[in-house]
Design a protein around this ligand. Structure first.
Ligand code: GLU
Ligand code: ZN
Length: 289
């Protein structure tokens, strides 16, 4: 079993991250496997090297180790570009120049009433042409996946994944949902020539991840990941979506919520075992002497 923790270095590690990382590490070690670290720093406008260093230090303080070098997404742009080229050559992508405002307007609804999917607003298809664009893969522009074509290209076999978190079952995605509830997702953004969805499936495959352990907020995005894996010939790992850690008001912890940053707990004198207790993880039994 190979699991991973894949934080974005856009803020301090908080209790929710600690839970996710500890759970992924516990699961790997219980099975005699490996726990790996990946830094998801494709969004250069929000990622900071200070957070990258702080996150690693916090993880080590929690007692976590990873036997392989950290994978940084910012070093893998060539790989992402290669995958975009593959999808482009098969006529599955088209450039999109819409701003968010254009999309909201095209949807013709007030911002609050606009349909959202796991990739944000459900794109109304403004830039999608009847026939796929030809010519070389464009650069410096957002690229969208033509969802209907992508589903055709994926073939008739159902898109499914095994879930061992809350649901614990084989999940069959619904083809209609891809068009109606997800839509033409952006696989590359203008400013970063990749996207979370594209990078995450390529990196899980590159790191040989067999079990993706992550928060249940990403459950709905898994359908996208399974489709991209099929299109790119990548294996689909097992998914384990875990509960989210909430504050005493039931609100999800956010990165800006510094009061629950791991570093704050540490500065207040708590230890790694206290953190495990705070997120209801069992105590680690010390290795036999
Ligand atoms: N980088 C993502 C995040 O910070 C995690 C993605 C994943 O685990 O698939 O939420
Ligand atoms: Zn557009």
């Amino acid at each position: 079993m190979r699991t991973r923790f894949a934080p974005s270095p856009t803020g301090p590690l908080h209790l929710g991250h600690a839970y996710s990382a500890l759970l992924a590490s516990d699961m790997a070690h219980a099975a005699g496997g490996a726990f790996l670290l990946r830094i998801e720093d494709i969004d250069q406008s929000r990622s900071r090297p200070e957070w990258d260093r702080q996150i690693e230090a916090d993880l080590r303080w929690l007692g976590l180790t990873w036997p392989e070098p950290v994978l940084r997404q910012s070093e893998r742009l060539q790989t992402y570009r290669g995958a975009l080229q593959t999808l482009w050559s098969r006529g599955l992508l088209y450039p999109c120049t819409c701003r968010r405002r254009d999309i909201v307007e095209a949807l013709g609804a007030p911002q609050e009433g606009v349909p959202h999917g796991p990739d944000g607003l459900i794109y109304p298809g403004t830039c999608r042409a009847e026939t796929p664009p030809s010519g070389p893969l464009p650069d410096g522009v957002a690229l969208r996946l033509d969802m209907r074509r992508a589903l055709d290209a994926a073939g008739p076999a159902p898109l499914t994944f095994a879930e061992t978190g809350k649901a614990h079952q084989e999940i069959a995605t619904n083809p209609c949902d891809y068009v109606e509830k997800i839509g033409d997702i952006a696989v590359a953004r203008k400013d970063m020539s990749t996207s979370y969805h594209l990078s995450v499936v390529l990196d899980d495959a590159a790191q040989g991840i067999t079990h993706v352990v992550r928060g249940e907020d990403l459950f709905d995005a898994t359908a996208i990941h399974v489709l991209l894996q099929r299109l790119l010939g990548l294996p689909t790992p097992v998914y384990h979506h875990h509960r989210l850690i909430r504050d005493e008001h039931g609100k999800r912890l956010a990165k800006r919520d510094d009061s629950r940053a791991i570093a704050t707990y540490r500065d207040e004198g708590l230890g790694p075992e206290d953190i495990r207790r705070l997120v209801d993880l069992p105590e680690l039994t010390p290795p036999a002497p």
